[in-house]
Design a protein around this ligand. Structure first.
Ligand code: ADP
Ligand code: ASP
Ligand code: MG
Length: 420
């Protein structure tokens, strides 16, 4: 008997028909003799709709109340899915994050799971029930409801799988797996059969929203093998696991993009020791995440500093930067919301020189101007004009031979199996 955790995202539970289809899948797993835990997201676009409602009331709602609001989305799904399973003649119990023992820290709207107390889930499984857990939500030790950041149901699923020592953690979504680029932007992207945690981390961090970044970190830290696959068919998906010798190393695994960040530039900052520490210290104090940073060459004792930050953090960033400008006597600041980041990810980069040059050439040939550049050992990212993001991603995908049909052998056949 295996213990199976299956996570279903918003579009997989987006209607009554879809809920019934998921119920049938869970029942089929149970009938194969497995213990089954489902982790589910809010239906369809419910989370976005709740966010819009909140922003109609206030452009900076209290984060505790945001969590109270957003957590309701998942609670609707768990109850309806349990009812669907009952209507098909099987036993199921729905549990909120709190009831399922998901203990988080108190950073509202982006809380981190600290612990999963699995007793109640285990008891229900032992009693023969299919257990349905609300994704994306937790409870602080003080009894406050939190949410885990957008896409957080992935992390709930991995945490529950780790806590229970599950044999399988399947992430069911609306595409067949992790692709070499977002299939909505690159129609001839190819599905990756197996990808290492290391590469998946970089892909998730740079915009491949198919898995929340934190869920991949959690999976790597706890050795949970993930199987990302479609809830609309039975095709094998993508296995995410530790790299080993059987995993053939493509030079480039994927091209990702992210339009969720804005670029902030502070003009004419005095160029002296301690200024960058001051600027970014204050941004950190204001809880503003900073991604890329560029400081221009100093002229006449002043310089421009640019950085990118999630648009979600912009209200706080503008306030903090406004204070920095006044205190440092800088000339002012500008915010550009129409930027995008395109990234190339691949572990083979470590040993293959020339990848950056080839990337910049491909973007130049597509007439894409580069605004900022950053690298890690297995990633190169460029900030460009958001209007060119599709052109840029497709140009890179083709230039690096990733288009479906032009890939020879992404993965050694022996490595393509896994937890399904
Ligand atoms: P869910 O609601 O199931 O959690 P998400 O919308 O969060 O689904 O994630 C799935 C989406 O991620 C896909 O529909 C796809 O457009 C997008 N995506 C972005 N990059 C990738 C990629 N490299 N591979 C697969 N999907 C990707
Ligand atoms: N419903 C939440 C969101 O839309 C969590 C999730 O779907 O994973 O971000
Ligand atoms: Mg998601």
């Amino acid at each position: 008997m295996a213990l199976v955790v299956q996570k279903y995202g918003g579009s997989s539970v987006g209607s009554t028909e879809r809920l019934l289809a998921v119920a049938r899948r869970l029942i089929a797993a149970k009938q194969r003799g497995d213990h089954v835990v489902a982790v589910v997201s809010a239906m369809g676009d419910v989370t976005d709709e709740l966010l819009e409602k909140a922003l109609e009331i206030s452009d900076c709602p209290p984060e505790r109340e945001m969590d109270m609001l957003l957590a309701t989305g998942e609670q609707v799904t768990i109850a309806l899915l349990a009812m669907a399973i009952h209507s098909l003649g099987h036993e199921a119990i729905s549990l909120t994050g709190a009831q399922a023992g998901i203990v988080s820290d108190s950073s509202h709207t982006r809380a981190r799971i600290q612990e999963v107390r699995t007793d109640r889930v285990s008891e229900a499984l032992d009693a023969g029930q299919i257990v349905i857990v609300a994704g994306f939500q937790g409870l602080t030790p003080e009894g406050e409801i939190t949410t885990l950041g957008r896409g957080g149901s992935d992390t709930t699923a991995v945490a529950v799988a780790a806590g229970l020592g599950a044999d399988v953690c399947e992430i069911y979504t609306d595409v067949d797996g992790v692709y070499s680029a977002d299939p909505r932007i690159v129609p001839n992207a190819h599905k990756i059969d197996v990808v290492s945690y290391e590469e998946m981390l970089e892909m998730a961090a740079t915009g491949a929203r198919v898995l929340q970044l934190r869920s991949v970190e959690f999976a790597r830290n706890h050795g949970v093998v993930l199987h990302v696959r479609s809830s609309f068919n039975d095709n094998p998906g993508t296995i995410v696991r530790e790299a080993d010798a059987t995993m053939e190393q493509a030079i480039i695994s994927g091209v990702t993009h992210d339009t969720s960040e804005a670029k902030v530039t502070i003009r004419d900052v005095p160029d002296r020791p301690g200024v960058a520490a001051d600027v970014f210290g204050r941004l950190a104090d204001a809880n503003v995440n900073v991604d890329m940073i560029i400081q221009n060459v100093s002229e006449h004792g002043t310089t421009d500093i640019s950085f990118t930050t999630p648009k979600d953090d912009l209200v706080r960033a503008r306030q903090a930067v406004g204070r920095v400008v006044a205190d440092l006597g800088a000339r002012g600041h500008t915010v550009d919301e129409s930027v995008a980041k395109v990234s190339l990810v691949g572990a083979g980069m470590k040993t293959h020189p020339g990848v950056a040059a080839k990337m910049f050439r491909a973007l130049a040939d597509a007439d894409v101007n580069l605004d900022m550049i950053s690298t890690s050992s297995i990633r190169i990212s460029c900030v460009i004009d958001a209007a060119q993001v599709g052109t840029a991603v497709r140009a890179l995908h083709t230039a690096f031979g990733l288009d479906e049909g032009s890939v020879v052998a992404e993965v050694a056949p022996a490595a393509a199996g896994g937890a399904s």
